[in-house]
Design a protein around this ligand. Structure first.
Ligand code: UP5
Ligand code: MG
Length: 211
């Protein structure tokens, strides 16, 4: 079997998982600022691909996202892998003895086979940060955001479908990484600041240094 595109010796990959509206994007900004991560949101990359002129996947991505279903992983993994390569080519220092590049991969992997595929072809992960949040809290946040976000999936019907997909398909990824003792689990209720305090405490416990 061929080896992954990037070696954990040259880059650190952290997955950020949690239900829809658990605060992945929000907390990513904090983590980028303090820990020097490059933030790659799989959902943002898919939404950008959806509207990219000339993309052959635009309509397909829109359909999957509106239905709260998971886009075929070949598309998402290619977007992520290319975004990583792009970042590294702009900061060659990270691969030539400088500081190791850190990637925070938000909202991926969403299915067990995606985790296996990514880790064997792109890069093994260091650990997963899991934002644990009750559906009622997430629903309130998403409906509020939906007043202005313009996202195709911030409506009550899509939100319900996203929740179901998360529970049935994406939670098994967290459970699997937990078995490997590779999860930092954080309760994601309360203010943005309180959640971030918990994240920092979890990182400290695992020995993750600030940038
Ligand atoms: N907010 C955040 N934290 C708060 C707090 N502590 N207190 C009060 N409010 C808080 O936050 C959501 C809202 O809540 C915001 O308004 C925020 O201000 C507020 P956000 O940080 O955006 O939460 P996040 O977890 O990022 O929610 P998001 O909606 O982005 O999560 P999803 O997982 O649903 O969305 P994503 O973009 O990752 O995926 C969308 C779709 O793309 C998927 O459903 C799927 O169809 C597709 N997809 C794939 O197919 N494959 C992939 O690999 C990735 C996505
Ligand atoms: Mg998000």
């Amino acid at each position: 079997m061929s080896s992954p595109r990037f070696s954990p010796q040259e880059v650190t990959v952290v997955f950020l998982l949690g239900g829809p509206g658990s605060g992945k994007g929000t907390q990513s900004s904090n983590l980028v600022r303090d820990y020097g991560f490059t933030h790659l949101s799989a959902g943002d990359l898919l939404r950008a691909e959806q509207i990219r002129e000339g993309s052959e996947y635009g309509q397909l991505i829109k359909n999957y996202i509106t239905e709260g279903k998971i886009v075929p992983m070949e598309i998402t993994v290619a977007l992520l892998s290319n975004a990583m390569a792009d970042t590294l080519s702009k900061n060659p220092g990270s691969t030539s003895g400088g500081k190791k590049a850190r990637f925070l991969i938000d909202g991926f992997p969403r299915k067990l086979d995606q985790a296996v595929f990514f880790e064997s072809t792109v890069c093994p992960s260091e650990f997963t940060l899991f934002l644990d949040c009750p559906e009622e809290v997430m629903e309130t946040r998403l409906l509020k955001r939906g007043e202005t976000s313009g996202r195709d999936d911030d409506n009550a019907a899509s939100i319900r479908k996203r929740f179901r997909t998360f529970v049935e398909t994406s939670m098994p990824v967290v459970t699997e990484f937990e078995k490997q003792d590779k999860v930092i689990s954080v309760t994601a209720t309360g203010t943005v600041e309180v959640v971030y305090e918990r994240i920092q405490a979890g990182f400290e416990k695992r020995g993750v240094q600030k940038a």
